[in-house]
Design a protein around this ligand. Sequence first.
Ligand code: ZN
Length: 510
Amino acid sequence: MKFGNNVLKATNDYKLVVDDVARLEGCTEGQLAAALELGNESDETKGKYVFTIHLPSMEPFLMNCKDRELRKELWTAYSTRCTSGETDNTQIINEIVNLRLEKANILGYKSHAAYVLDDNMAKTPEAVDELLMQVWEPALAKAKEEAAEYQKMIDAEGGNFKLEPCDWRYYSETLRKQKYDLDDDVIRPYFSLDNVREGMFMVANKLYGIEFRENKNIPVYHPDAVAYEVVENNNVIAILYMDFFPRESKRSGAWMTNFREQSYTKDGKKIIPLVSLVLNFTKPSGDKPSLLNFDETSTLFHEFGHSLHSILSDCRYESLSGTNVSRDFVELPSQVMEQWAGYPEVMKMYAKHYKTGEVIPDSLINKIEAASTYGQGFINTELIAASLLDMAYANISEPTEIKYPDFEDAEMQKIGLIPEIISRYRSTYFQHVFSGGYSAGYYGYTWAAVLDNDAFEAFKENGVFDKKTADAFRYNVLQNGNTEDAMVLYKRFRGQEPSIEPLLKNRGLK
Ligand SMILES: [Zn+2]
């Protein structure tokens, strides 16, 4: 076996080209315009509609396109990517899994999971399993109810086929619209990027007394990037860069990163952090600003939460400061920020119509709230299936020839995953776990969700902008990085170990 090869190759160049717009019934005008624009980028597809397996193109397509054959084509391209040809990852997975085991053994651990978790808040594979199964069981039960409901819809329209993964988003979205009438195009005008950004700055200001001031004199790496000084008591305590829009050469998705971490010099001078937030929102066009849907709004708050972990860090050593904490703890500061984004009282403070300035009406807030527990069976099932798949690879304790898709299929069968749903990422494109540093750590999203729901419960009990609670969170959790055991820090803030109950309740699983 050779080292050096062991990261997954990515492929994103698949294109679904559609000539006949009649086949795109159900797609929104915005989708069609974007697909046509993409088509016009190349001579071969000029005047045609092009969809890709990038999420911003694929997700709405699978949700809206009525043509099942087209959905199936795009879905198949997505779910089988990197299984053959130049970007075949099947053998690389085998190498990575066995090399990780070898490394863990050399370091005295029986498995990669035991090695990784030793340093995490969860500590052992057993603790991870226990947590995941507590959510898995109610989630799967809920997903089965959802599947039955969609099957009924298919039957009612004389579909004469069995629900498959390529259908799930379409029927889920159709039912969501029927039940909640929550139309993206109605929501987006209330969540202009400017208003959402100011909203999150306002939340940070109320909680932690910090301000964000744009400074055009700070050099940026691209004209799209903007730089803010983060100010507390007239001191600049961090620089925050934000880069909102997609462009050629930019990776898709959303993330936060540091150009420099917070630390202290030997003589006690504070080195401030340089923090960068990267997103891929729809660009403003004409006189229409960038308008976010509620998911994107939550994403921005999420990444901003990671930024606050870095911005408010007060640690001596760079390697222990800010977000340099264990994988199952690092999503607490980010996910808890999403709670403010969706809290009605807070939403009314920032969600204002970009044209009229009208505050988001209660009826719409209620719909957003009701919709937030909709589809949770599916969401949790695919997430936890992926987490359990990650753990299955990481728990291997003997050299094993990993065959794709046999290993994955067997594991999914073992936990009873229904055929209408696949793991959120299949092995060949599970970048987080095989190349992204989330190995034996994908469960961290769920672990952190237990923490963030439990943490926000403290704010709900005392008031969402309660200064004392905010201080307790800042000084016990956010500022300490990895200088103490995460559970110790958490208990100091909350006064007790986290409870799983708020999570189950908030996700409508209980
Ligand atoms: Zn995150």
